[in-house]
Design a protein around this ligand. Sequence first.
Ligand SMILES: Cc1cc2nc3c(=O)[nH]c(=O)nc-3n(C[C@H](O)[C@H](O)[C@H](O)COP(=O)(O)O)c2cc1C
Ligand code: SF4
Length: 484
Amino acid sequence: MTAALKLTRLRRLEQFNARLEELGIALPIDPEIEAAGPLAAPLEIADRRVGNRFCALPMEGWDATRDGRPTELVRRRWRRFGESGAKLIWGGEAYAIEPKGRANPNQLAFNPESEGDLAELRGALVAAHEARCGDSSDLLIGLQLTHSGRFSRPYGTPAPRTAFRDPVLDERVGIDSDAALLSDAELDELIGGYPTVARLARNAGFAFVDIKACHGYLGHELLSARERPGPYGGDLAGRSRFLLRAIQAVRDEAPELAIGVRLSIFDLGPFRGGEDGVGQAEPTTQRPFGSGVGGGLGGGAGGGAGEVDLCETHALVVALREAGVTLLCTTAGSPYYNPHTQRPAFYPPSDGYEMPEDPLVGVARQLHATAEVKRRHPELCVVGSAYSYLQEWLPHVAQAVVRQGKADLIGLGRMMLSYPELPRDVLAGRPLQRSLICRTFSDCTSAPRNGLVSGCYPLDAFYKRRPEASSLAEAKRRTRGAEL
Ligand SMILES: Cc1cc2nc3c(=O)[nH]c(=O)nc-3n(C[C@H](O)[C@H](O)[C@H](O)COP(=O)(O)O)c2cc1C
Ligand code: SF4
């Protein structure tokens, strides 16, 4: 293990570069930020002009009503996405195509009021954008459609529905029989949920939908269903059939919508804290989508973990293009079984493990894999993720990535919670507001893991003042106590 070093200690570019060298990784980085430079350049997506290269990634808040409708907390988050100045809004947040497919009881989900709710959320975001940024004609907004599959928890306790048996992950969600397995007929039926919600999204004014295939949820897990017999498993054609059929169903129902896919382009399999609390790869018989042994992108952190292998990823991206997908948002792994892969952080979430690597390694892994996808599929609009850990260096790396064509847009996740105005500050040539920079404390993940609404409790004054802040502090103390 390479001990992580606090990024705030690397204040000069030479120090940052020296650290990268020490870790044996490279990141594109521009020494100076040009306000009117690459990040401010508009681009064409799906016949629409998108005004700059910042994208608000989907960020759910575990804060909808129990019947899947937005609350004031949801509306506030969407308004802040609008105020950020980012011109691409990737999905807003996960929207379950059916209530049983929610990852938690407070996730937005299809319900009789969906169309009006979606129009209202989108309208609030656009109004906030116009109030801060003026023009919204170059703002592109999509909705993320999901089914949580193995990680479904619609009524507060695990209610997993899986693509296949997996001894390691089954144990984590309490599966001990085949009852949780989705049949082919059930998958056929679930596909029908995507066009239903897509139609409502179209009616509500969304420009695209994301058929989510990442983070261990159903659309992603199916991509690893190597041993599953029948039409939805086996070779890549079988494993991607669900995703491709859902895309086709949406295109048939709402041809005006552009189609995006948020894809975990690689995975390193499940991790668990060892005796010292540091994450270790768990021995598993499964080979997740986008992983191999001895691939070229340095995935192996923690001993025995899979390596990044993009061969199948490239083949899938070709199939997605042929199916009419024009936007790809790259991400990796899963927040449930390898959070350090998915959202590199200095501080682990309360149910996580100590980082098995310097989080910069995790950032570099996603960035390089994304660059490789963009290089091989230049015609596709590619949005990268996992930039928040870069903190003060984020704009420098982001600008270099876009300038060098390693991604078209820079996705911001956690930074959107702590410091949504970052894009506006960067594009206006203003210095960053240091007190708002996400330091990856992981409270926005720990809160929902403890049954509380998500938010940036450490840095967003609004959440600091909420009663949940002390419940979260107490829950974190309990977890630390249990570890001693
Ligand atoms: C609180 C929280 C909520 C999230 N919600 C979603 C979501 O609804 N859909 C999704 O695809 N990813 C979700 N993510 C993942 C982020 O979009 C993003 O991939 C991740 O945080 C890494 O990007 P970052 O380094 O900019 O934070 C969430 C992450 C966090 C921390
Ligand atoms: S709680 Fe705030 S500072 Fe911590 S990871 Fe989330 S957004 Fe970043």
